[in-house]
Write a protein that binds this ligand. Structure first.
Ligand code: MTE
Ligand code: MO
Length: 232
């Protein structure tokens, strides 16, 4: 497909996706919660800056499964598939040719540290979804990392404008220990919902728990309600 044609399709489908998920997005905890629990000044989403049970850190700790995959850019691929009209396997060049988004957001790890005001650059999941066009039946995604990690999200969370696949942090290429070349960030949910070394995003017709969700962590992962563990 020609580039201008591709961009038009992204813009058009992005508007349709926004309209389709608008009502559901309003009902997500991070939008609907009128008494969020936390401390500090109010953040960019109208939430207290430090969610309940969190402490702000300057350092950026590293959390992984004990293995940090090394993915040279020429071998890097990103697959978007499953319940979509146009599945794709992108090269690095194709990924970098997507519309680029810069955002400042916060990072809340369930192990109680929060790192505030992180400056990211990358591609929004909304734009990637607009490119592959989720079918009407698509409701969730499962994200896969090159290290075998998985994590799941509902589309009303995943398509929020600050959910990005980032390749740069503070103006520098994202370091390997933090998930470079490309990781996902989910600023309104605990950070385990953002896969480092992201490799594949599968669109699904039903929810499917990922690595930590299968091991007792909350499926919804909403920081301002201390929503760390699943009820069962
Ligand atoms: N692929 C992959 N993604 C992952 C993880 C992981 O082990 N593998 N850990 C998660 C957890 S628990 C957190 S808090 C953040 C940590 O990101 P950081 O190491 O850059 O701080 O990545 C999340 N994404
Ligand atoms: Mo975490």
């Amino acid at each position: 497909m020609e580039e201008p044609e591709k961009l038009n399709r992204i813009i058009e489908t992005r508007m349709k996706l926004k309209a389709r998920f608008e009502e559901k997005m309003k009902l997500t905890p991070s939008t609907a919660d009128d008494t969020p629990k936390g401390s500090g000044k109010i953040n960019r989403h109208g939430m207290p800056e430090i969610p309940i049970g969190q402490t702000a850190t300057i350092k950026w700790p590293v959390l992984d499964l004990g293995y940090q995959p090394n993915i040279p850019l020429e071998r890097w691929r990103l697959t978007l598939d499953g319940e979509v009209e146009n599945p794709i396997r992108m090269t690095w060049k194709e990924f970098m040719a997507m519309p680029q988004t810069k955002d400042t957001s916060d990072f809340h790890c369930v192990t109680t540290w929060s790192k505030l005001n992180m400056h990211w650059k990358g591609v929004s999941l909304l734009d990637l979804a607009a490119l592959v066009q989720p079918k009407e039946t698509a409701t969730h995604i499962l994200c896969y990392g090159y290290d075998t990690y998985t994590t799941n999200l509902s589309l009303e969370e995943a398509l929020k404008p600050d959910v990005l696949l980032v390749h740069a942090f503070e103006g520098q290429p994202l370091a390997k220990e933090h998930g470079g070349p490309v990781r996902m960030v989910t600023p309104q949910l605990y950070a385990w919902k953002g896969s480092k070394w992201i490799k594949r995003i599968q669109f699904l017709t039903a929810d499917k728990p990922g690595f930590w969700e299968e091991r007792g962590y909350s499926n919804t992962a909403y920081p301002w309600r201390n929503d760390r563990y699943s009820e069962e």
